[in-house]
Design a protein around this ligand. Structure first.
Ligand SMILES: [Ca+2]
Ligand SMILES: [Ca+2]
Length: 217
């Protein structure tokens, strides 16, 4: 689906499309970050995360950590096979290779595992992430941190020293299972198929847990 949004906010947030009530099933989640102004319009394309058939009342609900974060002009659903896999949720624990990390059960919504024990110098790699064209514009990372140390997740293409397409600053979220969705604009374009590599920098020890990540156009 496509959502036409603009944002001049410093806060980020997420638009949830739900069926039939404000607590109904979520069929799409659209991360929103600053587009350059409240009238700087962009079309965000999002894969549905659940099926939507038949007739429903549609609700848009809004989550985030700050105040006003988005203007909306219109939205449109499309039939089809959906976007390349980069625009679906990639579970952090589904890495193709890694160094220095471990997994554990997560108490985040949806359950499963998260990756933890992540300190500067560790890395995680994911093969076969397809961005297609046009480029991805943002990444949402589902993170938690109980650390006193802060650090940065660097999102790279093709190797642990490959080009950085996003840098995600991490500080304490209130605990190692206090989960937040962080939306970060990409600093470089990403098209086609790549290995996505997360590298970690900082001045202390373990500083972040990761549950999943997802790119958006
Ligand atoms: Ca480690
Ligand atoms: Ca996970």
């Amino acid at each position: 689906m496509t959502t036409r949004i603009a944002s001049g906010a410093t806060a980020t947030g997420t638009i949830h499309y739900r069926l039939d009530s404000i607590t109904g099933p979520i069929v799409a989640s659209v991360p929103v970050s600053n587009t350059g102004g409240w009238q700087s319009w962009q079309s965000r394309v999002t894969n549905l995360s659940g099926s939507a058939t038949g007739v429903h009342q549609l609700y848009l609900t809004f989550t985030g950590s700050g105040g006003d974060f988005t203007n909306i002009n219109w939205f449109q659903f499309a039939r089809g096979t959906g976007l390349p896999n980069g625009y679906s949720v990639t579970q952090a624990e589904a890495s193709s290779s890694q160094s220095g990390t471990q997994t554990e059960a997560t108490s985040d919504t949806g359950g499963g595992l998260n990756v933890g024990w992540i300190a500067p110098g560790d890395w995680l790699a994911y093969n076969g992430i397809d961005f297609g064209t046009p480029t991805a514009v943002s990444i949402t990372t589902r993170i938690a941190s109980g650390a006193t140390a802060s650090g940065t997740i660097q999102v790279r293409l093709d190797s642990t020293t490959g080009p950085i397409i996003a840098s995600i600053p991490i500080s304490n979220t209130g605990g190692w299972q206090s989960w937040q969705s962080q939306v970060t604009n990409l600093s470089a374009s990403a098209t086609g198929v790549h290995q996505v590599v997360l590298t970690f920098t900082g001045t202390g020890g373990d500083f972040v847990n990761i549950n999943w990540f997802q790119f958006a156009r």
